[in-house]
Design a protein around this ligand. Structure first.
Ligand code: CTP
Ligand code: MG
Length: 373
């Protein structure tokens, strides 16, 4: 059994990346990058456990994709690392950024072979350029570029990070706390993704699958007197609405479930829990906007959607085209790829008795093709 835990840091915002998709969610075939990287490490069988930090809004989605331990990250890389370290019980811990997507197994093995030589083992690169520090040229042979991943003694690292000071790597924290550091030769190939341009420097990652993903959704809401009715994002001119925690737009709710279904991201309750009071009476268009933003961040784009509204009342024929254009705009697709149908149920059942409305939705998605950027 290994005495090393692996921590993969993946809770960042990708704010410098420059694409709508977050770098940790770029798709490699079908897999998000964070999972692809974790699987590469897992296949080495060198670790007793793999812990991945996740942005707080992404935790349930990452958990749904894998069996790794997912830990909520913090506002900074260091805070995320501390949250993950709280779950580490092995004597050693290897910390790597998910953004460093291509794993050099030889380098990992060299780090592990040196684990008893110091409190932290660090890959470094020499500097070939002339180095000027505060206007003085200094001896470049005494300068090193520090890389990750780094292998640390767990207790030493935990102790070194018990400070408000932010460090840019683990070894700086350990050395500042009086610990020892051992250098090994790093690798020029170990590129980290920061900007879109970095994607061309990563030989191990391949294009996303061009598959089409399909999902369905279904929702029902009962009528309630004295509420405004909004359906398919459009105000309907009747003197009753839907009984619901939100505005009750049953068509949008079914559509959100179809989108999340295609994405493998669970259902509307996972994204917008109905015990959360911030969603009380909320405009469901906002929920759809957030869902589409999340899909984009997770490396997906909408191809088309189709909804069937089953309603004996109200009459919807005059509203269908406005629903179509409203929903298409929210999905970032042309109206031709958003279809809205309405039907009655021949006076049968609760819909036939005019007690409420049911909506079925289908949506298809593609992976965002980052290779074209
Ligand atoms: N990271 C983290 N928690 C944070 C910030 C960063 O786990 N609060 C992770 C990132 O997911 C990334 C690694 O630390 O794998 C290095 O961070 P960086 O490359 O800066 O990624 P981001 O912070 O996501 O990008 P940016 O700074 O451009 O927003
Ligand atoms: Mg950052």
């Amino acid at each position: 059994m290994s005495d090393i835990t692996l921590i993969l840091l993946a809770a960042g915002n990708s704010s410098r990346f420059g694409l709508p998709v977050k770098k940790q969610w770029l798709r490699i075939d079908h897999e998000p990058l964070w999972q692809f990287v974790a699987d590469q490490f897992d296949s080495t069988a060198l670790f007793s456990n793999i812990i991945i930090t996740s942005h707080k809004e992404e935790v349930p989605f990452m958990e749904g994709f894998c069996d790794y331990t997912i830990v909520e990250g913090g506002d900074t890389r260091q805070q995320s690392l501390q949250n993950a370290l709280a779950n580490v019980t092995t004597p050693y811990v290897l910390v790597s950024d998910i953004a460093r997507a291509c794993i050099d197994e030889k380098l990992i093995q060299t780090l592990i072979d040196a684990k008893e030589l110091a409190d932290v083992v660090v890959p470094t690169l020499n500097v070939n350029d002339t180095i000027v520090y505060e206007n003085n040229t200094i001896d470049r042979d005494k300068v090193k570029r520090i890389q990750t991943p780094q292998l640390s003694k767990t207790d030493t690292l935990k102790k070194a990070l018990r400070t408000d000071k932010e460090f840019t790597d683990e070894s700086s924290a350990i050395v500042a706390d009086g610990g020892t550091r051992h250098f090994i030769d790093g690798s020029e190939d170990a590129h980290k993704i920061t900007y879109i341009q970095d994607l061309t420097k990563l030989p191990c990652i391949k294009a996303p699958s061009n598959a089409t993903l399909v999902g369905n959704g279904f929702d029902v809401h009962a009528f309630e007197e004295g509420r405004e009715m909004v359906l398919g994002g459009v105000k309907i001119d009747v003197d009753y609405g839907f009984k619901a925690h939100s505005d009750g737009d049953v068509a949008i709710h079914a559509l959100i479930d179809a989108l999340l279904g295609a994405a493998g991201l669970g259902d509307i309750g996972m994204l917008f829990p109905d015990n959360d009071n911030s969603y009380k009476n909320i405009d469901s268009k906002e929920l759809l906007r957030t869902t589409v933003l999340r899909l984009h961040q997770f490396g997906l784009v909408v191809l088309n959607a189709d909804i069937t509204i089953a309603a004996e009342a109200p009459r919807l024929s005059n509203y269908k085209s406005q629903m179509r254009s409203t929903l298409a705009q929210l999905l970032h697709i042309p109206a031709s790829r958003m279809n809205v149908k309405a039907t009655t149920t021949e006076k049968l059942g609760f819909i036939g008795r005019k007690e409420g409305v049911g909506v079925m939705a289908t949506a298809t998605l593609n992976y965002y093709d980052w290779t074209q950027k």
